[in-house]
Design a protein. Structure first.
Ligand code: HEC
Ligand code: HEC
Ligand code: HEC
Length: 477
């Protein structure tokens, strides 16, 4: 990897500048802000619609000062408040890499901001209060910590999600790394606090998480952080990951919960948890090694905000890395029950998070949790995109067999399908098979006019059965 490409990866520029399925760096996405949406521009070297005509100086000024080519203020959804730390040398290397890519002609989509945010001059007030270009970085105890700070507080813009306060769009300026909300998820406290932050993680564990997405408790990374790991941190050098870890461990501990209004430890009633969750995660939240994660000391569970656990309960999780899928159990629970189960988990088994999972928050998250497993994917069921699985399924007439299947014949049908798939595509991993067949079954159920909650239940059962028959064929019957 060239230096410029490496830096562009560390800055995760593609996360915003490349639309899913679109040409690299050609823009086209919209970034949400409280005042509307900002379209992301094309930064390929196209002369008319990209940045081909920009000078290196103009490019550096955009990153360093948040000022566009015509001298206009840029919206801080572009993380220039972090990129301001990027050195001129590094900026020029990134520019050279971007300039080496194919030019794509793709004019910028209109901004969709409400007044007065739609006027770029309105950003002056924000800048006066919150932004000053960083001329020279503060000094740090060791060169390794300084490198980590450069990556975390600069290129990696980790605070864009992990800082607590939300000022002017998505830039959070206080509560540094203390945890914050992002797109309906909660990015946990990553200061060195032992209980709420990553103080109890070793540097090697933090580095491993950033490389693989597997946390020290064996849990799997979720939501926006999954993309950060995939696109960016998993590709960084081991020395840089350890530098990030060393820096995070050097950030003084901050408690997020100290100033939340709800008292810790309010919830002791565990009946809802035991009924809906205990069969898989266990009455004491220990899970099943390698297949069902523990709910103890888990970032998704004990974060300052309850969003992540609620989202998982309502939306379920596809099978990944050898783990079972989690059915969208919340589809069949009331908002009160989801809140009670979430609060119970957050306050039991040694977890001590605020009991702040209000039913209103559940209702809000329910409205925009649209997953296959929840029975209401927004644009119909996903197609089976894994080529080897799609090919293997062709020969098995899986779709029509699943259509004819009843609750009673489900297990037999799965047992007939699996060997055929194994034979046609022997190298397919269990997660791809489980998730692919779940997608096929989603399409079958979509044709039946049934309530989403029932669809979620049937899909969840089916998905778990496929997983169970793959992993534990002897136990299934
Ligand atoms: C979180 C999303 C996000 C990330 C990450 C991001 N950008 Fe951007 N970028 C934007 C948005 C949105 C704008 C438009 C801002 C505006 O119009 O005020 C922008 C604008 C720019 C511009 C100005 C282009 C123009 O036509 O005015 C440049 C140059 C740029 N980004 C380069 C980069 C580089 C290099 C990286 C990685 C180091 C990066 N961006 C990472 C969202 C992002
Ligand atoms: C049928 C089994 C099953 C039930 C019932 C179930 N879960 Fe899960 N849960 C899982 C599995 C399997 C995973 C891991 C899925 C993955 O990562 O792909 C998981 C993951 C999670 C996670 C994410 C953990 C992490 O490390 O990322 C949370 C939080 C969670 N479950 C909470 C709950 C709660 C609360 C309930 C009850 C309301 C519940 N689960 C009911 C099987 C289940
Ligand atoms: C786009 C938003 C976003 C960005 C940028 C981001 N994170 Fe995260 N991060 C999250 C979310 C959301 C979670 C919670 C994921 C989960 O529960 O599995 C998380 C989880 C983590 C965790 C696990 C914490 C725990 O207690 O389980 C660590 C460590 C972490 N992030 C470090 C970083 C570092 C270092 C960077 C910068 C290189 C970064 N993150 C950038 C959103 C983000």
């Amino acid at each position: 990897m060239t230096r410029g490409k490496y830096l562009v990866t560390a800055g995760d520029c593609a996360s915003c500048h490349t639309k899913p399925g679109g040409k690299p760096f050609a823009g086209g996405l919209y970034m949400p802000t409280p005042f509307g949406a900002v379209s992301v521009p094309n930064i390929t070297p196209d002369l008319k619609t990209g940045i081909g005509a920009w000078t290196d100086e103009e490019f550096y000024r955009a990153l360093h000062e948040g000022i566009g080519r015509r001298g206009e203020y840029l919206y801080p959804v572009f993380p220039f408040p972090w990129y301001t730390r990027v050195t001129r040398d590094d900026a020029v290397a990134m520019r050279a890499y971007l300039a080496s890519l194919p030019a794509v002609s793709s004019p910028r989509a209109p901004l969709r901001l409400s007044w007065p945010a739609s006027m770029r001059d309105s950003l002056l007030a924000w800048r006066t209060v919150f932004f000053k270009p960083v001329a020279s970085p503060p000094s740090y105890a060791t060169p390794q910590i300084a490198r980590g700070a450069y990556l975390v507080e600069g290129l990696g813009h980790c605070g864009e999600c992990h800082n607590r306060n939300n000022v002017a769009g998505r830039s959070r300026w206080s509560g540094r790394l203390e945890g914050g909300q992002i797109e309906g998820w909660y990015a946990p406290n990553i200061t060195s606090d032992g209980a709420e932050g990553i103080g109890s993680w070793s540097e090697a564990e933090i580095a491993r998480f950033l490389r693989t997405g597997t946390s020290r408790h064996g849990g799997v990374v979720l939501g926006p952080m999954q993309e950060v790991v995939q696109r960016s941190t998993s590709k960084l050098a081991a020395t840089d990951l350890l530098a990030i870890a060393a820096y995070l461990k050097s950030v003084p501990p901050h408690k997020t919960y100290a100033d939340t209004a709800t008292p810790v430890g309010r919830v002791t009633e565990g009946g809802t948890y035991v009924s809906y969750c205990g069969s898989c995660h266990g009455v004491t939240g220990k899970g099943v090694g390698g297949e069902i994660p523990p709910l103890v000391g888990n970032g998704a569970v004990s974060a300052g905000g309850a969003q992540n656990i609620i989202r998982v309960v309502l939306g379920g999780l596809p099978a990944q890395r050898g783990m079972a899928p989690m059915p969208a159990v919340g589809a069949g629970m009331t908002d009160q029950e989801v809140a009670a189960a979430a609060d119970y988990v957050r306050n039991s088994f040694g977890n001590a998070a605020p009991a702040n999972a209000e039913p209103g928050l559940v209702a809000q998250i329910r409205a925009d949790t649209q997953t296959t497993l929840a029975g209401n994917p927004p644009a119909g069921c996903p197609k089976v995109t894994q080529a080897p699985l799609a090919a293997a399924l062709q020969g098995t007439s899986a779709r029509s067999r699943l259509e004819a299947m009843t609750d009673v014949t489900m297990l037999d049908e799965i047992d007939r399908l699996l060997p055929a798939i194994h034979a046609a595509a022997p190298s397919l991993d269990s997660s791809s098979i489980v998730n692919g067949l779940t997608d096929v079954y989603c399409a079958v159920l979509a044709d039946r006019k049934i309530a989403p909650a029932l669809r979620a239940e049937q899909l969840g059962n089916f998905s778990m059965l496929v997983y169970g028959q793959l992993k534990h064929p002897a136990d299934g019957g």
